[in-house]
Every structure is written in structure tokens, then in C-alpha cells.
Write a protein that binds this ligand. Sequence first.
Ligand code: FAD
Length: 499
Amino acid sequence: MSALPNRILIVGGGTAGWMAAALLSKLLPQARHAISLIESDEIGTVGVGEATIPQLQLVNAVLGVDEDAFMRATLATYKLGIEFVGWGDADSRYIHAFGNTGRPIGQTPFHHFWLRGLKLGERAPLDAYCLNAAVARAGRFARGAEAQSRMLGGPVHAFHFDAGLYAAFLRQYAEARGVTRIEGKIRHAGRDAETGDVTHVMLDGERAYGADLFIDCSGFRALLIEGALGTGFESWTHWLPCDRALAVQCEGPAEIAPYTMSTARAAGWQWRIPLQHRVGNGHVYCSDAIDDSVAADTLLANLDGKPLTDPRPIRFTTGRRKQFWNRNVVALGLAAGFLEPLESTSIHLVQSAIERIVTFLPNGPIRAADVAAYNAQTVFEWERVRDFIILHYAANTRTEPFWRRCAAMPIPDTLTEKLDLFRASGRIIRIGDELFSEPGWLQVMIGQGMMPAGYHPLADAPSDAEMREFLSVIRQAVDKQAAALPSHRSWLQRHCWAA
Ligand code: FAD
């Protein structure tokens, strides 16, 4: 290991690898760091991962990329949230929308007033007070000044994009900033007999590439973090039993929904992600509870249009590496672990891990304290996202055996604490810098039928008449603002439609 980890080798060129290459080439001084990336066209990428959360805007901002250019290059559409269909009972439907719901009064969050309103006979659902949900349902979109109001701000957006085009977009950016791409298939990795660090990878044709720091983005193969270092894997399948997916693309309808759809099925769920030129679909399911052929039939029977590809099977085990950073290898993306894409979090976990790598970049030999701090932060982040995903399964009242099992399973203590607090008092506490904030937890808990026994006493401060007026003003403002926006398709066509 040289004094500085100035030779950085990224192993794998999917979304994780090229995002690492693009961001590191931007954030690290070029004179001090040589960044290379090895990928194999023969192996290819996982080819899914097309829905994001709003934090991806930060990647564009850091790279200095124009949003419209990014949208055109990746055939992207806007995403305002996720509609969950059939997740509470079979007839339930709610949107986990980005952004806020209603407005707080002083320090008291809005939903306590909404809960009081229910007692007064106000029947409007929670999402009637949420701008993002209303805009999504109306199939509309706008951003910037023309979408803003003083009372509610504007819609908060993320993106749906073509995964292959996104990797290509990032690759072009990274190569232009000096990242060297090496084509070839890695056969094995060499380790230092004394320190145990990885020293080099050996490609077809006996080509060897050495580095000081390796970033393992080799997907499910986890060539370095597991293959070379045997780091170990912590399985979470007792909480998240789905272990397979089938992915298929189909033709899209004329109107392009500005949200992801997630529909619960007998033993799993189906995603729908609309892009400019097609719709991405997939069925995530538990192979113990349903046959592959039934899963495929279910998927194909529930498409918006003609299939454009054959269903492609993907197998996975939910869980995480025991260490995300081990010796001189940091794992990102699917090499780091797997969480099902129910809340579109995996690309974000790559993004935030890269930010963390920069934070902990050694200025000399790698120190155990840095590695430990990196791992502690990453474990916290992953476990809190895991809890949020488990919530969707645990809080269901569906009748199929798979769903009954999910409702009865023991859940992590960290999740139990959150649910107990909410059930008793309507309170939601965000711990540390966990990813999902109060509005997200609220929408999913209420959306799946979990009603708290009480609300904050300060919500009793307004009179009944003031309470009704407050709720009605917000509802009307939401409806008015949503109705004033153009259709999602027309916005795309005006600003960022690909030729
Ligand atoms: P990959 O795309 O698999 O890339 C691995 C790379 O390693 C490839 O370039 C390959 O060539 C290279 N490689 C492997 N072995 C070798 C070798 N021996 N030699 C040389 N090169 C090698 N995330 C989201 O945020 N939103 C979503 O909607 C979403 N949906 C998903 C749906 C499913 C079914 C799955 C499985 C995942 C989903 N994800 C989603 C996760 C997302 O797809 C991944 O986080 C993202 O694509 C990153 O993948 P990756 O780059 O780690 O791996």
C-alpha cells in the first residue's frame, strides 16, 4: 500500500461502478488520483434499477449536469412518488409521495390536526393534503418557478430512467474526466501474503491490474469483497422473504404516469416504471410461496401494453455484507448487499456510499478507525431502510398465506419501537440521519391502515371551526395548484423529450 490511495480501481461498470467513477473523477483532484474501471461486455449488467428518489438530483448538481440533458440522454420521466395498490387490504390504494403533507402549525406536525379533523367528521384522506400526491394522481408535472405556490411550495421530484442509458451517460462523463476503462473478464484477485490486502486483479490474457484502493461494483458476483476476501453475508430473508424477480419491458400508454406503481400480488408485488419510450415492469416474489410459471403468468397478464422482451429471471438474497469496507476493498451496489426495490433505494445507497468514501478517503495508509466509522454509518443507513421496507410487509391485512405469514413475523426491535410510538400517540421520530423522514413513515403507516390511538394535545388548541377552516384551505390549495400544472407528457415534450 502506497502512502496515498492514489490508484483507485473500480471493478464493474453497472450503475454503481460508473456512478463511482463519475463522482470520484469530479470530487478528487485528478493530479493525485488515477481512477480506472474494469468491466466485461460479455458479462453485462443487471439491467434493472430504473426508479430513484429525489436525492439523485444531487448527483446531477455535483456533476454539473443539466437536468434536461440528463433526461433526454436516459429517456427519463419524472417521479413524484410510489402508488401502493393492495398493500393494506386487497382494495387499499395510497401514494407514498415525496415532499410534505399539509402544513405544521408551530412545531406540531400536520397529521395531528388531520387526526383531530377525523374526530370532527372531516373525511378527506391524508393524501388530499399532499401536493405531490394530487399532482401525481392528476398525471401532471412542472418544476421551477411556474410550479411554486407560497403556501405549499412546488412538487418534489425524482426520476425514472433507462438503467443501461444511465450507465452509458455516467461513463461518458467519467471518461471525459480521465477515468480509464478496461474491457475484460476478471479471472481472480491476488492478495498480499503479509497484510491480506488485495494487490491486483488478473484478467483474461494474463493482464494484471494493481491498485491501492479497490471499489467492488461487480454486482451479485461480489468478486473482491466476497470472492477474494470472504467477508461474509448477513441474511435478512426471515424479514424479507422474496428471493426472485422477473423483469419485462412493454409498450406504454399515451399518458405517462409521473409515479412508480407497486401492486401487491399473491406472494409478492409488481412494479411499473414508465419511461419515455417504454414501461419497465417486474414481479418480485417468494419462490417458497409461488411457482415461477405462475409468477410469469401474473406479470404478463398485468402489463399496460404489448411485451417488448421476454421475462428475465433474477435471483437474490436480501441482506448485507458483514463489512461494507474490508481491508482495501469497499463494496458498492449489489456487491454490498440487496434490498428489494420497493422504495427505490439501492441507487441512492450507492450515491450516499460514494459520498462517504470521499469523507473517509485516507490521507495515508488505511486506518482501522476510518473503516470502522464507515461501516458503522453504512450499517445504520441500510438497517433503517430495511426497517422501512419491512413495514410494508408487516402492516398488511391481506388474506393469502404469504401475507398472513408476513403479518405474523417477528420484526426488528428498531421497527417495533417506531410502530409502538406511532400507535400510541401518532408520534414519528426520525433517528439520526436515517433516510426516510416523518412524511414517508406517516404515509405508509396510515396508507396501510394503521391508525394511532391518540394525537398531540396541541392539536386541540384551535376551535372546531378554525380546525375545519384550516383543513379546507389546504385541501383547496392542493387541488388548485395541481389543476394548474400541465400534463406530465406535455411537460416532457416541451423540455426534455428525446428525439
Ligand atoms: P451490475 O449492474 O450487475 O454491474 C456489475 C458489473 O460488474 C458489470 O459491469 C459486469 O460486467 C461487471 N463484472 C462482474 N463480474 C465481472 C468479471 N468477472 N470481470 C469483469 N467485470 C465483471 N435500484 C433502484 O434504486 N431502483 C430500482 O427501481 C431498482 N430496481 C431493481 C430491481 C431488481 C429486480 C433488482 C435486482 C435490483 C434493482 N435495483 C434498483 C438495484 C439496482 O439495479 C442496482 O443497485 C444497480 O443497478 C447497481 O448494480 P451494480 O452496478 O451493483 O451491478
